[in-house]
Design a protein around this ligand. Structure first.
Ligand code: FE
Ligand code: FE
Length: 498
C-alpha cells in the first residue's frame, strides 16, 4: 500500500480545528484553563510552530535516543563508577536525582493542559509530544537514579521527594506550581516553554552534561542529552504564543509573564545548577564557571531570542539579576552546607584552598565576601568543633522562593530583608523582585506557608526532632558532610606550617 509523503498531508492535519455546534467555543475552551486574554480565533489560526514533527518520526527518533542512552548505561559499570567517583560528583548526582524527576513528572500534566485547552491545533500537536517527552524524562531519570539505590540512600529520593515536605521540595513545588500548573494554558506555556525551558534548562542539561563527559560519567551525560534534545523541540511552543500575544495587543501581559517566571526559575536554577557546577563538580573537570554558562545561555542566547520577539529584558535585569549571577548561589551554598542534615544528599563544601583560588579567579572578590564566612566554618572544623558548623535553629525563608534569606557577607556586607505586612501576617522576601511578584497578586500567594511559617504555626511535631519528623527524615536519612571534612585538610597543613 502506498503511503502519502509527510508534506502532502502534514499542513492539512495540523491545522484541523472545528467549530463546535452543541456548545459554545467559550464552553469548549474556558478562559481560566485555556486563554485568559480573550484572543480571537482568527489569531489562533495563525499559530505556526517552528519545529514540525509527525507521530511516526517522533516515535522513531525517540526510540533511537532511548536505545543510545540505555546502551551507554549497560556498557559502563555504573556501581563501580559511582564507588570510585569523587565526593563532589556524588553530591551532584544525589542532588540532581532527588530534585529533577518529580518536576519532569509534573510537566506531563502541564503539557496535557496545553493539549486539551490550547486553541491552536499546532500548539495542541506540539504539546502532545511534550507530554510524551516529559513522561520519558521522568522515567529515564528515575531509572538511572534508582540504579544507585544500593550505593546510597539519597537515590531513594528520586521517587520519595515529592511525597515529603522537605524544605527543598516545598521550594521547588511553590515555584513550579506557580509557573506550570496554576494558570491558563497560554500563560503557563509562555512561562514554562519560554522562560523555564528556553531560558534555563540548558544550565542543568547542557552545562552539566559537558562536565559529566569531561568527568567520564558517559551514561549521565548521554541521559542529560536525550532530555535536552526534547526540550529544544517542545520549548518552541513559547515563541509563536508570544507572537500571537503581541499581534493581539497583549505585549504588557506577555512581558509580565516573562518577568515573573524568569525570576522564579532563575532562583531555582541558581541554587541547583549554580551549586552543582561551581562547588560539586571536581575542579579539574569544570568546563566553565556557572557565571560563564549563564552569560552564554541566558545573557546572550535567551536575551537575543527575547529581543527578536519584540519583548524587553525584565525590568530588574541590571539592578538585580546581573548582580545575582555573581552572588546568589555562593550564598545558597553556605546555607546548603551548614544545613546539610536537612537535605537528602551529602553536601560537599567545595572550598579547599585550591578550589578557593578558582572561585576567586572566576568571581573576583569572593575571598573578601563569601570566603570570610567560610573562614569561620574552617576555624570550627580545624578545632574539632564540627558541631558548630551545624546550626541548631531554623533559618528564615523567603516567602516567594522558599529558599533561605541570604545576602553578601564579609567586607561587602549587604543584607537587606524586604517585608510586607498583610492581613495580620508578615511576609519576608529575599529581594525586591520577590516582593514585586507577591504584590502583583497577593491572593495567589498569601495563603502559602514557608517552612519556617509552618514551624511557627505549630504544624511540626514538638522537640528538636520535630522538623525532621515533619520532613520524613529519620536518623540515617539526613545529609552529612560529603567528604567527612577532608576538604579542610589543606588548611590544617597550612596552619601547622605557620
Ligand atoms: Fe523535561
Ligand atoms: Fe520540558
Amino acid at each position: 500500500m502506498g503511503m502519502l509523503a509527510t508534506r502532502d498531508w502534514y499542513d492539512l492535519a495540523r491545522q484541523t480545528n472545528w467549530t463546535p455546534k452543541y456548545i459554545s467555543t467559550e464552553q469548549m475552551f474556558p478562559p481560566q484553563f485555556s486563554d485568559g486574554y480573550g484572543i480571537g480565533m482568527e489569531f489562533w489560526e495563525e499559530f505556526d510552530e517552528p519545529y514540525k514533527v509527525t507521530y511516526r518520526d517522533y516515535v522513531q527518533t525517540q526510540r533511537e535516543k532511548e536505545v543510545g542512552a540505555y546502551s551507554v548505561k549497560s556498557a559502563t559499570s555504573r556501581s563501580e563508577f559511582y564507588r570510585k567517583a569523587e565526593p563532589g560528583w556524588k553530591s551532584m548526582l544525589q542532588f540532581h536525582f532527588g530534585s529533577i524527576p518529580f518536576v519532569e513528572y509534573g510537566s506531563v500534566s502541564a503539557f496535557a493542559r496545553m493539549t486539551r485547552f490550547g486553541k491552536a491545533p499546532g500548539m495542541r500537536n506540539m504539546a502532545t509530544f511534550g507530554s510524551l517527552d516529559e513522561t520519558r524524562h521522568s522515567q529515564i531519570q528515575m531509572f538511572f537514579g534508582y540504579e544507585f539505590i544500593g550505593e546510597h540512600r539519597a537515590f531513594d529520593w528520586a521517587h520519595k521527594a515529592p511525597n515529603t515536605d522537605n524544605w527543598v521540595v516545598i521550594s521547588e513545588r511553590h515555584c513550579f506550581d506557580d509557573v506550570e500548573h496554576t494558570r491558563d494554558a497560554v500563560s503557563s506555556a509562555i512561562m514554562t516553554n519560554f522562560s523555564f525551558e528556553q531560558g534555563f534548562t540548558n544550565l542543568q542539561f547542557i552545562a552539566l552534561s559537558a562536565d559529566a563527559k569531561k568527568y567520564g560519567d558517559y551514561s549521565f551525560s548521554a541521559m542529560l542529552q536525550t532530555v535536552q534534545s526534547d526540550e529544544a523541540r517542545h520549548s518552541q511552543i513559547g515563541e509563536p504564543l508570544i507572537e500571537i500575544m503581541l499581534k493581539a495587543g497583549r505585549k504588557e501581559e506577555a512581558q509580565r509573564l516573562i518577568d515573573i517566571s524568569f525570576w522564579r526559575v532563575w532562583k531555582q536554577f541558581s541554587a541547583l545548577s549554580g551549586v552543582s557546577i561551581d562547588y560539586y563538580t571536581p575542579l579539574e573537570r569544570r568546563e566553565h564557571s556557572f557565571k560563564e554558562f549563564v552569560e552564554n545561555f541566558v545573557c546572550t542566547q535567551f536575551l537575543r531570542n527575547l529581543n527578536a520577539l519584540g519583548l524587553d529584558k525584565p525590568w530588574y535585569w541590571d539592578d538585580h539579576f546581573l548582580p545575582d549571577i555573581n552572588t546568589y548561589h555562593h550564598a545558597q551554598q553556605i546555607g546548603i552546607y551548614l544545613y546539610r542534615a536537612t537535605q537528602w544528599w551529602d553536601a560537599v563544601a567545595g572550598v579547599s584552598p585550591r578550589e578557593r583560588d578558582w572561585l576567586e579567579q572566576k568571581y573576583p572578590g569572593w575571598n573578601d565576601t563569601f570566603g570570610q564566612t567560610w573562614g569561620v566554618i574552617i576555624e570550627n572544623v580545624l578545632s574539632g568543633r564540627t558541631d558548630r558548623t551545624e546550626p541548631q535553629f531554623l533559618p528564615m525563608f523567603c516567602n516567594m522562593t522558599g529558599l533561605e534569606l541570604t545576602g553578601i557577607p564579609g567586607k561587602n556586607w549587604k543584607v537587606k530583608a524586604e517585608h510586607l505586612d498583610l492581613d495580620g501576617r508578615r511576609y519576608h522576601f529575599g529581594s525586591p523582585v520577590d516582593k514585586w511578584i507577591f504584590e502583583l497578586e497577593p491572593e495567589r500567594y498569601k495563603g502559602h506557608l514557608s517552612f519556617i511559617d509552618r514551624f511557627v504555626a505549630g504544624l511540626m511535631p514538638a522537640g528538636p526532632e520535630g522538623a525532621f519528623e515533619y520532613m520524613n527524615m529519620p536518623v540515617g536519612d539526613r545529609g552529612v558532610c560529603g567528604d567527612n571534612y577532608a576538604w579542610a585538610n589543606g588548611y590544617r597543613n597550612r596552619a601547622a606550617a605557620e
